[in-house]
Structures are given as C-alpha cells and as structure tokens.
Ligand binder design. Structure first.
Ligand code: S6P
Ligand code: ZN
Length: 212
C-alpha cells in the first residue's frame, strides 16, 4: 500500500486544521506527541493540560477542615492529554498522563476526584511511570479494592468500575492512561455517593477503611 506524502513535512509539522472529527492516518504524523518515559511528561502542540487545586476538591476528602487549611491554589494534580478526536466520538482513543503531588489531607493521601465513565461500558488502562500510589476501584455493587502502583505496573480498569488514584509516596506519582473517546466522566455519582471505602494512612500504612 502506498502512503501519501505530507506536503508540509519538509518544513516542520503543519498544524492540524480540525482536531475534533479527524479520523485519518496522519493524525499523529502531522503533529507528533511524545511521552517522556521517565517522567510521563507529554509534549506536542496538541497536548492539553488541566490542573486540580485543593480549592477544586471540596467534598472529596473526609476531613474538610484539614482541606481548608491549605492555600486553595495549591496544586493536587494535573493531567496532560491528547484528544485526537472530539470527546464523545465513538471508536477513538484518548491518551493522558496524570501527575499527583505528594501530600495528605488529614489521614488521606492526595488523590484524584475519581469517576465512573458516563458510558459505563468503557474500560481503561493505566500504567505507572513514576512514584508510588494506589489505584482504588469500586464496582457497581460498591465493592472497593485497591492495587498498588509502582513504576511499570499496568492496571486494567474494568468497565462499570469507578476509579480514583492516591499518591501514597513522598514524590510525584505519574501514570499514563488510555481510554475510549466515548467514555465521558461521571463525577456526579461520586460526589453524591462517594466510594464505599477510603484509603487512609493507618499506623503509617495505606489502608482501605470502609465508610461507616
Ligand atoms: C480518564 C482517566 C484519567 C483521569 C485523571 C484525573 O478517564 O481516568 O485521565 O481523568 O487521572 O482523574 P479525575 O478523576 O479527576 O478525572
Ligand atoms: Zn477514567
């Protein structure tokens, strides 16, 4: 099969005209994305970043007073992601890295908000590249478990499963993720019902403690 040449490739990579509905073989050839394997950092013109601060995480931690002691602008985590097609498009895949700072709110580790995929029939992969942490998984019968995360650990998140990550170490935790572009994020169910257990530091050890 012959491949068509890219007219702009001699003088660098041309900008992609429309990110949202693209579905052709030049998606990353025209505007490459690279992953720094030691840090997880993504680079490329089309990488988008999101930051979550302590102020964004009201209602997430058990000890609300301990959360309010922090500067509300303190960063808890940030996400870099590549969306080759629009959010909600069926058949595509997204890629991202999440970086969680070390820290504690009361006896809970800095962690992500956590979500189900709005389209419950969508799974996901995570792979840890830096630091140590825990992937907390809860199925729809509200059974919660966690998997330890260390550089190189691969985590399959089954569909119909809420997921959240806590940084249990003393340095930044970074993990790569790949998920279907029609997954969506259901944060509301977590805001309303929470996880059935919280990962707390008990006697110095990350321990899942059932909510009473
Ligand atoms: C997306 C994937 C991750 C999270 C990220 C932040 O499906 O699971 O990219 O979005 O780890 O977590 P959260 O719960 O704030 O979206
Ligand atoms: Zn997800």
């Amino acid at each position: 099969m012959s491949t068509s040449s890219n007219p702009g490739s001699g003088s660098g990579f041309p900008r992609v005209k429309d990110d949202s509905e693209r579905n052709d073989v030049s998606t990353t050839r025209d505007a490459p994305i690279t992953v720094h394997l030691k840090t997880g950092e993504l680079s490329g013109e089309r990488v988008k970043s999101t930051i979550r601060t302590i102020g964004d995480l009201g209602g997430i931690f058990r000890d609300e007073k301990a959360r309010q002691v922090f500067d509300s602008n303190a960063i808890v985590y940030r996400v870099q992601a590549f969306f080759p097609v629009g959010e909600g498009v069926e058949g595509g895949l997204f890629w991202g890295t999440t970086f969680i700072e070390p820290g504690m709110v009361g006896d809970e580790y800095f962690m992500t908000k956590g979500h189900y995929h709005s389209n419950r029939g969508r799974g996901e992969y995570y792979m840890t590249v830096r630091g140590s942490g825990a992937l907390i998984l809860m199925d729809e019968s509200r059974r919660t478990v966690f998997e330890p995360m260390h550089p190189g650990t691969l985590h399959y998140i089954p569909f119909h499963t809420a997921h959240r990550v806590a940084n249990t170490g003393e340095s930044v935790l970074a993990f790569l993720a790949c998920w279907p572009s029609d997954s969506g994020h259901d944060y509301e169910s977590i805001a309303r019902e929470g996880f059935s257990a919280r990962l707390r530091k008990v006697g110095g050890i990350p321990t899942l403690v059932e909510e009473s």
